[in-house]
Design a protein around this ligand. Structure first.
Ligand code: CMP
Length: 139
């Protein structure tokens, strides 16, 4: 059964015109793009998306950053989409990310780390529903 995950190309990557480069790597890995759009979240929308981190010391800074400019959000699909995309992204801390991963190559720091991906199928469902309705996702 095909699995879906939510990907975000974050404001730091959009600002540096890296969207095409990142989408190229996503497609080259075999992940299928089932939905894609630009969003510019306001602070409240960023807080809603990252609600799971609301008690973290970096929450205010993270939600300021995620609402600071446009991002691209996408639904990706593959048999093992959550893990496949997390492997392609690399570790959250760019200095810990493996060579060849998106974050190793493009992340600026732990916050401006260029991309987000759901960490489980359950969170993927919640995160996809946060940005997309069913009409926006192709089969
Ligand atoms: P992401 O995969 O989008 O999930 C939560 C985000 O919080 C993470 O990527 C980083 O952008 C950010 N983040 C995680 N840990 C820290 C930290 N220690 N300091 C600042 N930002 C962080």
């Amino acid at each position: 059964m095909a699995q879906q995950t939510l990907a975000i190309i974050k404001p730091d990557a959009i600002e540096r015109n890296l969207m095409g480069e990142i989408l190229k790597r996503i497609e080259a890995t075999g992940l299928r793009v089932r939905a894609l759009k630009m969003v510019h979240m306001d602070k409240e929308q960023a807080k809603g998306f990252y609600a799971v981190h609301s008690d973290k010391p970096f929450f205010d800074s993270l939600t300021d950053y995620m609402s600071s400019g446009p991002a691209a959000v996408a639904v990706l699909e593959a048999e093992n989409a959550v893990d496949a995309y997390r492997s392609l992204m690399g570790a959250t801390k760019p200095e810990e990310a493996e060579v060849g991963t998106i974050r190793k190559e493009f992340a600026l720091d732990i916050e401006k780390n260029s991309v987000h991906g759901s960490d489980s199928p359950e969170n993927a469902e919640r995160e996809i529903n946060y940005f997309f309705n069913q009409l926006e996702i192709v089969n």
